[in-house]
Design a protein around this ligand. Structure first.
Ligand code: BGP
Length: 474
């Protein structure tokens, strides 16, 4: 059986982590440009330290990243060489609307992405576009406080209108927000929100989430109106929550953790606030203010497919159990004693991907798309300058095998798989360059030095074979 013939194999990046060129082409500044890579990063991305002005202290490393802005032709040629069917990328909002609230878009920014899409077309690669990947114009943060304000919906839809119309001939796969649930864990990075002392953070986060959910539904409607061929997906950070033990208190905590995550997808895929969320948000006094018509909008415009990132499962213990914590994608989790861990302390759990795929498909019965999965590691080129990243091949092989089993033996409907990331880029969580994910090595070092030259790692050839055989040779 195996994967369907038109299975979308490829890789995923985000504008702010690879493009660089932040002062070029008329681009304005965004939240992600002012997240420092050092010890303050955690406080900034969670909205507890305000850094809205650019200065030398916090432009690195976003300022240049891997300079995809000037190297995109070379990079896409290499993706083509691996046989990519799809390239997931994000649009930098501030290349199109530098401050977020202009009437007219910036033509130079539009031209940049058009060239990217043309380049993809040369190699038969379909773009999968994330409209907002941790991306909010500083202009809108200063004026409106980011997604805490309802006005953001209109600015976002104005962006969507331009993108859907201008790129009608190039793009049919869209994602409205990257890891929408990350708004609860990294509200500044996810939604341009910072907090003032004494504010009710939960209330603000769920209000902002509501704005994004309405914006996502309206964008879905617009995408379908502009082109009935358009397929719109939601995108969330997945990873099943395991109870630490079979103690009912642990099981209950794990269930709540999953529900907190699924809340977003429940709304985007089913079209209404699930009862557990309505009840709990109301009980905690944080149920968002809704406008008349919001429920109808959510109901009428669910997404066409569900996409997600999967790096690891999580292990949840009841509060006060004193279990040791593990790392992983900004989520707190107890350390699972049965798993190995990456150099960054993220659990490695391929079977967890099969479990997650089953849970999501059982819950929604909509096509799924894995749009991020990969291993962040320190790669050290050997004396010939080659990176022999067998550890990465091993990680990916085991995860792809798990996803294959989910398709073949569990009947999960899966559209595609884009690994994070096909080329080394800046880490979202830590802002580091030395945390590499790519099949393509970029000579850019943590201190900013390097020639920016690209070279193929061992995994490059391995992944090429995986695609060529549609996942038969792993
Ligand atoms: C996800 C983000 C990506 C990406 C990835 C890996 O949360 O959508 O932007 O960076 O995680 O995380 P990190 O870069 O922290 O290793």
């Amino acid at each position: 059986m195996g994967f369907q013939n038109n299975f979308l194999w490829g890789g995923a990046t985000a504008a702010n982590q690879c493009e660089g060129g932040i002062f070029e082409g008329g681009r304005g500044l965004a939240n992600v440009d002012v997240c420092p890579s050092g010890s303050d990063r955690g406080a900034v991305i969670t909205g507890h330290l305000k850094m809205l002005e650019m200065d030398d202290a916090h432009v690195y490393p976003a300022i240049e990243a891997i300079d995809h802005y000037h190297h995109f032709k070379e990079d896409i040629r290499l993706f083509g060489e691996m046989g990519f069917k799809v390239y997931r990328l994000s649009i930098a909002w501030t290349r199109i609307f530098p401050h977020g609230d202009e009437e007219e878009p910036n033509e130079e920014g539009l031209q940049f992405y058009k060239e990217i899409f043309e380049e993809c077309r040369k190699y038969g690669i379909q773009p999968l576009v994330t409209i907002s990947h941790f991306d909010c114009p500083i202009g809108l943060i200063k004026k409106y406080g980011g997604w805490r304000s309802r006005e953001m919906i209109d600015f976002y839809l104005h962006l969507c209108d331009v993108l859907f119309n201008r790129y009608k001939d190039y793009v049919t796969y869209w994602l409205t927000f990257n890891e929408i649930n990350m708004i609860l864990h990294a509200p500044f990075m996810g939604a341009g929100i910072y907090f003032e002392d004494g504010e009710n953070e939960e209330r603000i986060k769920y209000q902002a989430a509501h704005h994004e959910l309405v914006a996502s539904a309206l964008a879905t409607r617009m995408a379908h109106e502009v082109n009935p061929e358009n397929k719109v997906g939601c995108m969330f950070a997945a990873g099943s929550a395991y109870p630490y033990t079979c103690k009912p208190e642990d099981v209950w905590e794990a269930l709540k953790t999953d529900q907190e995550n699924y809340f977003f997808v429940d709304v985007q895929a089913r079209g209404y606030y699930p009862s557990y969320a309505s009840a709990r948000l109301a009980k905690n006094g944080v149920f968002p203010v809704m406008e008349p018509g919001d429920k109808e909008i959510l109901k009428r415009h669910p997404v066409d497919f569900i996409s997600f990132s999967y790096y690891n499962s999580r292990c949840i213990a009841a509060p006060g159990s004193g279990r040791e914590e593990a790392g992983g994608n900004l989520f707190k989790s107890a350390k699972n004693p049965y798993l190995d861990f990456s150099e960054w302390g993220w659990p490695i759990d391929p079977l967890g991907l099969r479990i997650t795929l089953n849970q999501i498909y059982d819950r929604y019965q909509k096509p799924l798309f894995i749009v991020e999965n990969g291993l962040g590691a320190v790669d050290i080129p050997n004396e010939n300058g080659e990176v022999e990243d067998d550890y990465r091949i091993d990680y990916l092989r085991r995860h792809i095998r798990a996803m294959k089993t989910a398709v073949e033996e569990d009947g999960v409907e899966l559209m595609g798989y884009t690994s994070w990331a096909p080329i080394d880029l800046i880490s979202a969580g830590s802002g580091e360059m030395r945390k590499r994910y790519g099949f393509i090595y970029v000579d850019k070092q943590e201190d900013g030095k390097g020639t920016l030259s690209r070279s193929r790692k061992k995994s490059f050839y391995w992944y090429r074979k995986v695609i060529e055989t549609n996942g038969e040779v792993l």
